[in-house]
Design a protein around this ligand. Structure first.
Ligand code: MG
Ligand code: MG
Length: 262
């Protein structure tokens, strides 16, 4: 899972570098397809067909813009200045899966967008911090919920984190809202995808006509942060940690790209 995790981290770093004003979501999708193919990995989204959704998902990455937050279907859309982009990727490498998501602002950021992104990132770190043997699943949910409360964001309980391993979605469900001291006792070897996501002013969601893309019901902007972790005897291992957990805003893209090329 560490191998899969490192690859997912690398792809999400790359998406962060490429997602600039004027770039089409389909360009990002195709770029990621190429990376997956070259690595010999397999996207868990390709042909994904859960009870919701309209037919199998025929893309390799979820790209959700602004009020879209989960399962964003890559489509013909050109990124604009100030867009909030969430990218969510799960792949299988050698039979093991890792799943991670990040949210960035394309171009010029406004403070309220940075704030909600920061909230999901802090909630994720708080959740990881309590993912230790002897603690309970409810401690993770409570940690996420507490950060959301501090920031004043409501929390939806329909979609949250999950167990992960041979497949993308395994038991247990990890709610983003819950009570400390309740639920499954955590033990070494348990691997989880933790994924706080919030919308600014609602906990309700609506689906696009594509049957996949999930948006905030009131159109308010959203953010989503996710890592795959392994619980150990000691501190939890973050299997999808990016080498540089880059800032959420894109600076001067030209200089960034030249830095990368160097
Ligand atoms: Mg994910
Ligand atoms: Mg997930």
């Amino acid at each position: 899972m560490h191998v899969a995790g490192r690859f997912v981290a690398e792809v999400l770093s790359e998406v962060g570098l490429l997602a600039e004003v004027g770039v089409n979501l389909l360009d990002l999708e195709h770029h990621v397809r190429g990376m997956i193919k070259r690595c010999g990995a397999e996207s868990c989204y390709w042909d994904y067909a859960p009870s919701f959704g309209r037919g199998p998902f025929r893309n390799v990455i979820c790209l959700s813009v602004n009020d879209a937050v989960l399962h964003g279907l890559p489509h013909d859309y050109t990124l604009r200045d100030g867009d909030v982009l969430s990218a969510d990727l799960a792949v299988r490498v050698n039979g093991w899966v890792a799943d991670s998501a990040r949210t960035i602002v394309v171009g010029t950021a406004v403070e309220e967008d940075l704030r909600i992104i920061r909230a999901t990132e802090e909630a994720l770190e708080a959740a990881i911090e309590v993912a230790r043997p002897g603690n309970r699943l409810g401690d993770i949910s409570a940690a996420i919920w507490a950060v959301a409360n501090d920031y004043g964001y409501p929390v939806n309980t329909e979609f949250g984190g999950h167990g992960i391993g041979r497949t993308m979605h395994e038991d247990p469900h990890v709610s983003n809202k819950g009570r400390a001291g309740r639920g499954l006792t955590l033990r070494p070897g348990l691997t989880l995808a933790l994924e706080p996501w919030f919308a600014r002013t609602t906990d309700r969601i609506v689906y696009d006509a594509d049957g996949w893309t999930i948006r905030s019901a009131d159109g308010s902007r959203t953010a989503h942060s996710e890592h795959t972790i392994a619980i150990t005897e000691d501190a939890p291992l973050v299997l999808t940690r990016r080498e540089q957990e880059d800032p959420v805003t894109r600076g001067d893209s030209a200089s960034r790209l030249s830095t990368k090329d160097a």
